[in-house]
Design a protein around this ligand. Structure first.
Ligand code: GLA
Ligand code: ZN
Length: 677
């Protein structure tokens, strides 16, 4: 949980690097922060080299000064541990800290996020620094949270990682015979007799052509292992802090749908989830919303921290377009609408050198408050102060869950066949987008989480069904739930070995179908089907399926090819519930129509009916509700509310009826009940 005992309002601020500046600038910063309503700074993100000169000598003098400065100026601190980039002296003296890349090249010193997660040097000195920081600053009550390292990620293929991988495998499989079975090593003569015959799967061994693998078993296990190894580094630092400060709120900044790290596992080790939101200007609002819902989901639907966003431009996109006027405000409220209880930026002051000198900042190179960006930041600061603590900690309630699973992601995208165009997140987006475009509240959860709160569960491309997850789905549907899954589901168990007897494997009885074959369509090809009198395209993959108790829902099956007439959409009454199957990929219009029908049948209602481009979410606390109405259009949109409410941003009463919400404007309606358009 976020440290609510130390927050009086939505925390507002961000990454602040005074160590890059002479001290006379610091006082200017303080004045500008104060005027903009900034109340929190993340300090010390990349100071390891400055803080530690060699194995034994540390120098906290500058950080002491900075801490005193921000404390005396009434700022809260999110204290980073600085371990996101190791010092040059350490790399020179202890090269085990340097990573080996996917192509087998030993890295030299440079960049950041560059330490080998299995390096004894890194595992010794990173937690040591975290502990020293906790000891030194333990009495500062303005430290509200601890921020371990920065954007953990990447991978390493060094010898230490290879040895650690073997240890990890030994713990998992115990006996090498079990490993041989799990990886199906009788294929291509891969039988292993000794653990040290196993090497890391990279471009020198099992991999080829970018990310492709010849042995899914080892490659998926390597992903799991690397995610665990990096997580272990986070845990070492967290525990070092907690030895000194048992009640510290510890986090690390995550990155939304970041493929290398299984964030469902990570979140279990974090006191609260925080993440960095860097959409591109052209992203749809549902695309920007989805990772927010994931970040809320990994933390069990608890509110999270928006740790970073740019106030204006980024520097690492090919074209670093400015956030248009009011977009920073709109996207800040969007984060809050989806569960964020902080609004924080990278960065507070734009640096003068290296690759982030043209990254947007609250204080620009001009150094004054006379900029568009500063004015927008200050205006939002005033609004957040006015909003105060009213919905801090407020929760989101959804009757629909979309399942997401990292193992499944890795397995689908390592699969050789059926289609190189099959991308897990695209398939999730098809369903998520359609639901959100209607303003249905959606949670994103893992298959391991509790299903009890949901009426509808959607599992796009539920390819890998691990352990007895099928039993969970079976119980959910039997008990009256509605479950939907798609093509390429139920094929394999947790080791990526095919479940024999016909697809979709263990889900077959629940869905009441048997999938015999699967046709991959090239991009230019498409089939079609009719649903409720409209023809929709069938693209990407087309299952050739047989009914085994399920009912066909489309009107005439596929419209072309040798499998024309075979069912595309099916529905199976199972126990008290219903299981749906969608045998192909289609257009947005189809998903909207189809999902609306399913939700109607399940008696799940959208939060509010709005014109296109107007997003609505809801948060609840202590019997109160807040509806967030976000107009993502440039133009004004007509909104209809059916009960009077108060907009907590302006304090204005909003009478029942229809009115215009300006382009890119936001309303937060307190205590309004159901609304209709
Ligand atoms: C990430 C990092 C920051 C900064 C920003 C720039 O989120 O955590 O240190 O580099 O990107 O967008
Ligand atoms: Zn390594």
């Amino acid at each position: 949980m976020l440290p609510y005992e130390k927050l009086e309002k939505i925390a507002y601020g961000g990454d602040y690097n005074p160590e890059q500046w002479p001290e006379d600038i610091w006082e200017q910063d303080m004045a500008l922060f104060h005027e903009a309503g900034i109340d929190i700074v993340t300090l010390n993100v990349f100071s390891w080299a400055a803080l530690q000169k060699n194995e034994t000598e540390y120098d906290f003098e500058k950080l002491d000064k900075i801490m005193k400065l921000v404390h005396d100026n009434g700022l809260k601190v999110c204290m980073a541990t600085s371990t996101g980039a190791h010092p040059a002296w350490m790399a020179k003296k202890y090269p085990d800290i340097l990573r080996v890349d996917y192509e087998g090249r030993k890295r030299k010193f440079g960049g950041r996020h560059n330490s080998c997660p299995n390096s004894p040097t890194y595992r010794k000195y990173a937690p040591l620094l975290a502990r020293k920081l906790a000891q030194r600053y333990r009495d500062y009550d303005n430290i509200v949270a601890w921020h371990v390292s920065n954007e953990f990620g990447g991978e390493c293929y060094c010898e230490n990682c290879e040895k650690a991988f073997r240890v990890w495998l030994r713990e998992k499989y115990k006996d090498i015979a079990h490993l041989n079975t799990a990886w199906n090593t009788s294929f291509w003569g891969h039988t292993f007799y000794e653990w040290d015959e196993i090497v890391l799967p990279d471009l020198r061994s099992e991999h080829f052509c970018g990310e492709r693998t010849m042995f899914q078993g080892i490659s998926i296990d390597y992903k799991r292992f690397m995610s665990d190894a990096i997580l272990a580094c986070y845990v070492l630092e967290r525990d070092a802090i907690k030895e000194v400060l048992p009640n510290a709120a510890v986090t690390t900044n995550l990155m939304g749908f970041y493929k290398p790290l299984d964030y469902f596992k990570w979140a279990k080790e974090m006191d609260f989830v925080s993440w960095d939101n860097y959409p591109a200007n052209e992203d749809s609002y549902t695309k920007i919303a989805m990772p927010h819902d994931l970040m809320r989901g990994i933390g069990g639907q608890e509110p999270f921290a928006l740790m970073e966003q740019t106030p204006s431009a980024q520097n690492w996109q090919p074209y670093n377009a400015l956030k248009r006027p009011n977009v920073m405000r709109l996207w800040s409220y969007q984060a809050v609408a989806h569960g964020a209880d902080t609004v924080m930026f990278f960065q507070m002051r734009r640096s003068i050198g290296a690759c982030e000198k043209y990254h947007g900042a609250v204080i620009d190179h001009a150094g004054t408050k006379n900029t568009r960006v500063y004015r927008e930041v200050a205006a939002l600061g005033r609004e957040l102060s006015a909003i105060g603590n009213r919905f801090l900690g407020a929760r989101t309630r959804s009757e629909i869950a979309v399942l997401m699973d990292w193992d499944n992601w890795w397995a689908i995208e390592y699969s050789a066949g059926p289609s190189c165009d099959l991308h897990y997140l695209d398939e999730i987006s098809r369903y998520y987008d359609a639901l959100r475009e209607f303003n249905y509240s959606v949670d994103i959860i893992s298959p391991d989480m509790d299903f009890a709160a949901y009426k509808v569960i959607i599992a796009p491309v539920f390819y890998m069904v691990k352990g007895d997850t099928d039993e969970k789905v079976r119980a959910f549907v039997k008990g009256g739930g509605r479950f939907l899954t798609t093509f390429f589901s139920g094929y394999v168990q947790e080791n990526d070995l095919v479940v024999l007897g016909g697809y979709p494997g263990k889900l077959r009885d629940i869905l009441g179908i048997w999938v015999e074959e699967e046709d991959a369509l090239p991009q230019e090809a498409q089939n079609g089907f009719m649903y409720r009198g409209t023809e929709y395209p069938a693209t990407l993959l087309c299952d050739l399926l047989h009914l085994e108790g399920a009912q066909q829902m489309d009107e005439c099956g596929y419209m072309q090819d040798f499998y024309s007439g075979m069912p595309v959409l099916t529905k199976n009454a199972f126990g008290e519930g219903i299981a749906y199957y969608v045998a192909t990929a289609s257009s947005g219009a189809f998903y909207r129509e189809f999902l609306k029908d399913i939700c109607d049948e399940a008696h799940v209602a959208p939060l509010m009916h709005t014109p296109k481009g107007v997003e609505v979410t809801c948060r609840e606390k202590d019997g109160k509700r807040w509806l967030f109405v976000l107009n993502h259009n440039e133009q004004a949109a007509e909104i209809t509310v059916d009960a009077p409410a108060v907009d907590v941003i302006t304090g204005n009463a909003v009478p029942a009826g229809t009115f215009l919400l300006q382009g890119r404007d936001v309303l937060i309606l307190e205590n309004s009940s159901a609304m209709q358009n």
